[in-house]
Design a protein around this ligand. Structure first.
Ligand SMILES: C[S@@+](CC[C@H](N)C(=O)[O-])C[C@H]1O[C@@H](n2cnc3c(N)ncnc32)[C@H](O)[C@@H]1O
Length: 258
C-alpha cells in the first residue's frame, strides 16, 4: 500500500471519526448526509444508481467507501428492488470502523489497489471520489476489473482536471484529465457507457445541506484547534476554490467491465 499522506488522514480518517460522534450527538437523521464525504449531492448518487441498475440479490461493492453514507443512501433509495447488502472497503481504519458502526454494513479496511476479494465476485461496484486521490489509478482500476464479473457495471465519481495549470494543489490529490481517465479505463478493460458533469444535475434537496452543515459546525466547535482539523479545512478551502473556478470538475461515469 502506498500509505495515505497526513493531509489525507486528517480529512478522511480523523475528521471522519469526529463525524461519527457528531451524528451521535445530533441525531440519526444526520448520518447519511454527514457520511457522504465528497460524493456530493443525492442527485449524483441517483444518476449513478439509475445507470448501475442494481437489482435482485446482485453483489455490490463500494470501494473507498469513506464513512459509508453513499451506500446507506443507495440502500434507502432502492428499497425492495435490491435485496443484497453492500460490502464496503476503505483504507482509513477509523473511517472504516465508523462506517461499520454507523450503518452496520460489512466493512473491510483495504486499499483499492489490493482488494481482499476473489476474482469475479462482485456484480456491481462504485468508487466515489477515490480515483482522484490516488496516483495508482491503473492499479485501482485493474483491481476493480478483476473483482467484477464480465459485464459487471462500475460507477465512478471523479474530480477531473480541465488541463489549465492549477493555482493551488490540494495535498494528496491527483486529478486525471478527461483523456487520461478515458485511456486508463480502456486499458483496464472498462467501456464508458454514460458520462455527465455533475454541475448539470440538480442540487441537494432541502434539509440535506443543512444537516451536513450542522455536523460540520459541531466538528468545528469541538476540534477547531486540532491540527488535523486545520489541515482538513485548508484542503476543503483549496478544493472549494478549484471547483468554484471550474479548474476541476466533478464527473460521473457509468462503465461496463468488458
Ligand atoms: C473524497 S473521499 C470519498 C469517500 C466516499 N466514497 C464518499 O463518497 O463519501 C475519498 C476516499 O478515498 C479513500 N482512499 C484514499 N486512497 C485510497 C485507495 N488507495 N484505495 C481506496 N480508497 C482510498 C479515502 O480514505 C477516502 O475515504
Amino acid at each position: 500500500m502506498s500509505g495515505p499522506d497526513s493531509a489525507m488522514e486528517a480529512e478522511f480518517d480523523t475528521v471522519a471519526a469526529w463525524t461519527e460522534q457528531a451524528v451521535a450527538d445530533l441525531g440519526r437523521d444526520h448520518a447519511v448526509p454527514a457520511a457522504c464525504r465528497g460524493s456530493g449531492s443525492p442527485a449524483d448518487l441517483a444518476w449513478l444508481a439509475r445507470g448501475l441498475d442494481l437489482r435482485g440479490d446482485a453483489r455490490f461493492l463500494d470501494a473507498g467507501a469513506g464513512l459509508g453514507g453513499p451506500a446507506a443512501w443507495l440502500v434507502d433509495h432502492l428499497g425492495g428492488r435490491w435485496t443484497g447488502r453492500p460490502l464496503l472497503t476503505e483504507p482509513m481504519i477509523h473511517a472504516a470502523r465508523s462506517a461499520r458502526r454507523l450503518f452496520g454494513f460489512p466493512t473491510v479496511a483495504a486499499v483499492s489497489e489490493a482488494l481482499p476479494l476473489p476474482s469475479a465476485s462482485v456484480d456491481v461496484a462504485w468508487s466515489l471520489g477515490v480515483l482522484c486521490v490516488t496516483p495508482s489509478r491503473p492499479q485501482v482500476l485493474g483491481e476493480l476489473r478483476r473483482v467484477l464479473v464480465p459485464g459487471g457495471r462500475l460507477g465512478l465519481l471523479v474530480l477531473q482536471h480541465g488541463g489549465t495549470p492549477l493555482p493551488e494543489q490540494p495535498e494528496g490529490n491527483d486529478f486525471p484529465t478527461h483523456d487520461e481517465l478515458a485511456a486508463q479505463l480502456a486499458d483496464a478493460g472498462f467501456r464508458v457507457d454514460e458520462e455527465v458533469d455533475a454541475a448539470r444535475l440538480p442540487g441537494a434537496p432541502a434539509g440535506w445541506d443543512e444537516r451536513a452543515d450542522r455536523v460540520d459546525d459541531h466538528v468545528r466547535r469541538h476540534h477547531r484547534e486540532h491540527p488535523a482539523h486545520r489541515q482538513a479545512e485548508e484542503q476543503q478551502r483549496v478544493m472549494g476554490r478549484l471547483l468554484g473556478e471550474r479548474l476541476v470538475t466533478t464527473q460521473l461515469l457509468v462503465t461496463t467491465a468488458v
